[in-house]
Design a protein around this ligand. Sequence first.
Ligand code: ARG
Length: 617
Amino acid sequence: MSTGAKNALHRVGYWERSLIPYRNGSRLMASVPSLASTLQQQLADALTAALPEAGTADPLLRRSDRADFQANGILALAKKLKGNPRELAGKVTDALPAGQLIKDIEVSGPGFLNITLTDRAITETLAARAADGDRLGVPVAADAGTTVIDYAQPNVAKEMHVGHLRSAVIGDAMVQILEFTGETVVRRHHIGDWGTQFGMLIQYLFEHPGELGHEGGEADGEAAMSSLNRVYKASRVLFDSDEEFKARARDRVVALQAGDPETLALWQGFVDESKIYFYSVFDKLDMEIHDPDIVGESGYNDMLEETCRILEETGVAVRSEGALCVFFDDVKGPDGNQVPLIVKKTNGGYGYAATDLSAIRDRVQNLKADTLLYVVDARQSLHFKMVFETARRAGWLNDDVTAHQLAFGTVLGKDGKPFKTREGVTVRLEDLLDEAVERATAVVREKAEKVGLTEDEIVENGRYVGVGAVKYADLSTSAVRDYKFDLDQMVSLNGDTSVYLQYAYARIRSILRKAGEARPVAHPELELAPAERALGLHLDQFGAVLAEVAEGYEPHKLAAYLYQLASHLTTFYDQCQVLSDDNPAAVVENRLFLVELTARTLHQGMRLLGIRTPERL
Ligand code: ARG
């Protein structure tokens, strides 16, 4: 910790007792318990003291409109133990420790407690957060483990579509959030790089050497994709019209699966060309993808046979009409017959299921994962349900090693139907991002003169706003729900959009620049205005929200938190002047302190969602 941070911590004597120092890398940091958790603990202790037979009871603390918090747990507890709730509530109040946390506590209704905290406690807690660098007092989870996350998995030789966008955006946010909470995260991009379709492509290339590839360098993803498209179309035409070519393509699949070096080399050409394209799209998305993390379907070839052998030997899979199958009581087709998971086809070929089951073995046994997370379209939910259940029966998954699908819904057009162009074809991801950036740049340009942005800054901000808009729209509704792709709404300055949050951030940065000599300094002795308290109490929830988001894989709750934070900030501006000559110096400093912490919280929260926060907008 820097000396500055240490000094800042020193000022907050009250919280020093509860600061738990820990090390992250070489930095000694402090986890700051939230006001809610401290209060919750004090209430729970008081409950036990007032009513020993209650054991460790939950006071059910909630935020409230009437006071800062309301404890609802006493009522049910008193009823259960046949006591008088209001009387018990009074006893709990008496048993609370004297201190500087609670300003006011009253028994209300049939036995609720309304609790108001002191302004001092709020400011001191926030000061402790502010002193904790970019962790902002958020603790590292005590029970952190290793999660392997499967996301951003496009298919070789094919265009990426909006579904791939969702997996990439939601997956990347979960990676950042889980890592922030202390989890060890291993990324896996399970790209579709294997299968019978490559027979046709490779055979074509074999007969027309040199047709794959493009002028221009590694960065030219568009050229790479059009080269792939060209080969795809030409080979398709041959495949559909020429029976002999079709036969040769089938033989080529056999050669590919047998590992024939020449065939593999041509296959590698498709993979390499596709990676140039993938990287250009991920780069447009302002997202880092690392080559060693790309382990596609082909990466598990060596395991497939063994996977099937184990499943058959343990009786998890059985032979049925020549195929190796796993059956489930509750998975039935329209005719009422069970629909199996096919691990090995009648012709001896392996499919999607065998690869996924082998990947589970690899991730659990070699990568030592205790959690497997799959960010995949909800339309694949049945596949994963069957794969996970099979892995459980085989013992690869159990109570300690679990798998989850973070399933996402379909992206819809304004008409509420799956998102297509007017001509009815799938929208190209690059076109969609380009359009978002173009619209966003126009929005940025409108205000650019007033803010004094250079042309370079307009271009850069346009990109951050446009890409942020697309990501935020994807992240701000519960993943499993379908959502409408509406660019007009996404780049709107008002409402639940990333631009709104980015403006909130930039506005604070502008105030801090204008503050001149005045610095952000916490003044716990000052009384807080209602809007300041509301903002402060919300800021204090950051860690609790992140814990919930990490636990339930729900990034939309972080988006909602940040949107509320920006809304609290708007109310605060309406009701409290920051840089006013009428304010005593201490008030200016304390308000600068509040907005500065808000800016840092916005910045960190947006970063975790993969969205940039320009300094000037
Ligand atoms: N490549 C697949 C697709 O485009 C997604 C892969 C999902 N991950 C997995 N382990 N099956 O639909």
